[in-house]
Ligand binder design. Structure first.
Ligand SMILES: CC(C)=CCC/C(C)=C/CC/C(C)=C/COP(=O)(O)O
Length: 284
């Protein structure tokens, strides 16, 4: 005859459940180990952590059945331990990564001010900063769109402009959600910034450099040396963000990844002249 626990496996939240022992029903606490033959170290890990107990109790019955059927009731324990250890391992890994990130970024911020070890290179880094700023890119793409006399050129410039606007928007959203402060050694002396630019994750310059770099390589016919120059520029813009002390390394790495993905998005949303005419026709 099935025990009440088996009949009603998911109910009860964090409260005790009924179990059968020698024909007598008794209460089994979900916060206490049920298998008395478990080794002590497992008992301790299963043990009295109330968060763990709540997590176990809220696990779906199907999942609990699944884990015990795959390994058997006793063999299921290491798997359950793994499930509960993973979040804390992940937390430790993340905090270690963040600590390394902060330490490395501080050490690399050698142009963060004039007195820093590479302070004399700061003007050059700030010049590189301007080459990755949103305003010159938006103005440049709009100007080329206006000046372009071929349909193909207009199409490319229009999509570059759309991608740049999308980039400003997406970066602002992520910055506003994540709200990571810029490194303490940063001097906030950038030109033309929004309020979200007081946050550092992700680097808007890095997203733009990755997006524009990919876009130019894919849509402009460039000689090999120029292609190398585009790649170098992308890398140097990202590196200069850390050297200037504007960003932590992870802001730039994530920014590169985001800009790379934004290019895929622009390819998916690609505006053809027909689409554009349709849109303009609807507006008129
Ligand atoms: C159309 C429109 C709203 C254009 C705004 C262009 C603009 C001011 C972009 C901000 C560029 C900027 C300072 C980004 C911050 O870059 P990080 O690398 O420091 O995140």
């Amino acid at each position: 005859m099935p025990s009440p626990k088996a009949k009603n496996p998911g109910r009860g939240g964090g409260s005790p459940v009924l179990g059968s022992s020698n024909g007598r029903f008794e209460f089994l606490s979900l916060t206490k180990p049920t298998n008395r033959s478990s080794p002590p170290h497992l008992l301790q890990r299963q043990g009295s952590d109330p968060t763990t107990a709540r997590l176990r109790a809220s696990e779906s019955p199907a999942r609990r059945r699944g884990s015990s059927s795959s390994t058997g009731s006793a063999g299921g324990q290491p798997e359950e331990d793994g499930i509960r250890l993973n979040p804390s391992l992940l937390r430790v890994a993340l905090s270690s990564l963040l600590a390394i990130d902060l330490w490395l970024s501080k050490r690399l911020g050698v142009c963060a001010c004039e007195d820093a070890s590479w302070g004399s290179a700061r003007p050059l880094m700030k010049l590189i900063e301007v080459t990755g700023h949103g305003i010159p890119w938006l103005a440049g793409a709009a100007y080329c769109l206006y000046k372009s006399d071929s349909a193909a050129g207009q199409e490319v410039m229009l999509n570059l402009l759309m991608g740049l606007l999308l980039d400003v928007l997406l970066v602002a959203i992520v910055k506003a959600v994540v709200r990571r402060r810029r490194p303490a050694h940063n001097r906030m002396d950038m030109f033309a910034t929004f309020s979200v630019d007081s946050y550092s994750f992700p680097s808007g310059h890095a997203t733009r450099a990755a997006f524009c770099g990919r876009f130019l390589l894919a849509h402009l016919v460039l000689a090999a040396p120029l292609r190398v120059l585009v790649l170098l520029w992308t890398g140097v813009v990202g590196l200069s963000r850390v050297l200037l002390g504007r960003h932590n390394v992870t802001d730039v790495v994530f920014g590169f990844w985001m800009g790379y993905c934004q290019y895929n998005l622009v390819e998916m949303l690609w505006l053809s002249p027909q689409t554009l005419q349709g849109l303009l026709g609807q507006l008129a």
